[in-house]
Design a binder for this molecule. Sequence first.
Ligand code: FCB
Length: 459
Amino acid sequence: MNPFKDNFTWGAAASSYQIEGAWREDGKGPSIWDMIAHQPGRIYENSNGDVACDHYHRYREDVALMKEIGLQAYRLSVSWPRVIPTGRGPVNEAGLAFYDRLVDELLSHGIEPWVTLYHWDLPYDLFLRGGWLNPDSSEWMAEYTAAVVERLSDRVTRWITINEPQCMIGLGYLKANCTHAPNMEVGMREALLAAHHVLMAHGRSVQAIRAHAKKPPVVGLSLVGCASSPLTESPEDIEAARNATHYVDGTQLWNHTWWGDPVVFGHYPEVGLKSYAKDLPEFKSSDFDTIRQPIDFMGMNVYWGGNTKAGVDGGSEWVPFPKGQPHTHFNWPISPEILYWAPKFYAEHYKLPIVITENGLSSCDSVALDGRVHDAGRIDFLHRYLLALRRAVADGVDVRGYFHWSVMDNFEWAEGYKHRFGLIHVDYETQQRTLKDSAYWYRDLIRSNGACLALPQQP
Ligand code: FCB
C-alpha cells in the first residue's frame, strides 16, 4: 500500500539571491550578499548573483517548467531589500509587485507558493546597523513580515519565517567557519547573541504573520542539523543516534535543538547550556515568551547524516564512513537512511508535523550531445532517499511534504556556480533551461504520489 496520503505535498525550492538576479533593478536595495559577492576573493571564481538565473525576468518560463515537472508546490523566498530597500521604512512597490506576479503565475498553474521570508539576503543598511547583533533586529523583521503578509496573504497561506539560522550565524558570523555574508568573524559569545536575536525575529515574524494574514496561515521555520543514523537497528545504537542527533557541540552551531527547542518549548536545551556554558550571554526570560509562538510544522533541511553506534561507556560513538563511500560533488556523503531517521527523531522530539523543506545533491551535470541532461546520479539519489522517507511515513512519522533542492541550478553562495543542484539545468551564458532526466523521473513520482517508489530489479 502507498503510505503517502493524497494531501502529501511534492515540491521543489529555491531562494531569492540564488536565482533572481536583477540585483539593483526597480528600486531594489543592496543586500549583504551583494556586498560580499562584490568583494574580490570571497566567492569561487569571483562570481556573484547580479544576474544568476535571471529568474526576475524569466519567472514565467520557470513557472511553466515547474508545471511541466508537475510540482504541487514551490518554495520561494522573498528578497527583503527588494521589498524594503534599506531594510526599514517605505515599501518599494515595484519590488513587492514582482512577488505578486510570481504568486499569481504559480497559482494560475496550480502550484502552491510556500513563501520563506528570510533566506539570508539581509538589506545592507541593516548590516550597517549591526545586523543580527542589533537587538532591534526582531522589530525590523516584524515590520518587513507585516509588509509582505499584508500584500500576499490573500493568496499565500504557507509561510516559513527563516531558513537555516544555523548557517546564517554559523557561516556568516562565527569566526571558526566564516565563509558566508556578512563575514563578521565574531567569537562564540557574540554568535550566540546574534542567534538569540534571530530566534526573537522568528517569534516576532510569526506574530506578524498571524496578525496580518487574510487567510488562516500555516507557519513554520526551516532548520538544519547534524542528524545521525544508527549503525545497526539495535535499541542501543538507535538510542545513541538519537542522542547524537539532539546533541549540541560547544564549538559550532550545527545542531537543531539550540534553535528548535526555544521555538517549541520556550527554553534552550540543557545539553546546549552545558556545551556553551563559558560563552553564554545573558538572556531575559521574557524573551522566550516571544520566541515560543505556536507553529504548525517544523521544516527540516536534510542532506546527509553520519552513523553512530553505542559506545562502550554507554555514550554515542561516531562511526566513520567506509572507504569508497559515495559522495556528492560537494563532497557530502550520500547517506539515504538519514531521510528515515532524521524525520523520525525530529517528529518524536517536537511532536509537530515535519516538512522536508530541502533535500538534494550537487553534481556536475552538463547538456549531452543529444541535448539532454543525463543525471542518473540524481535519480538514484532521489530514489534512495525517498525510499527512506517512505519508510518513515509508513512507520507513522507525520511528514507532510518534501521539497527538492533545487528546482533549478543556481548560485551556491561561497561556492558560486561550481555546484549544480537543480532539476532544471541552467546555461548561465545563454540562460537556456533544460529539464534534466531527474525532472522527468520526479514528474512520474509526483504523478503516482510516490507509489512508483519500488526497489528496482537487480541483475
Ligand atoms: C542549504 C541552503 C540552500 C542551499 C543548499 C544547498 O544550506 O539553505 O540555500 O545552499 O543548502
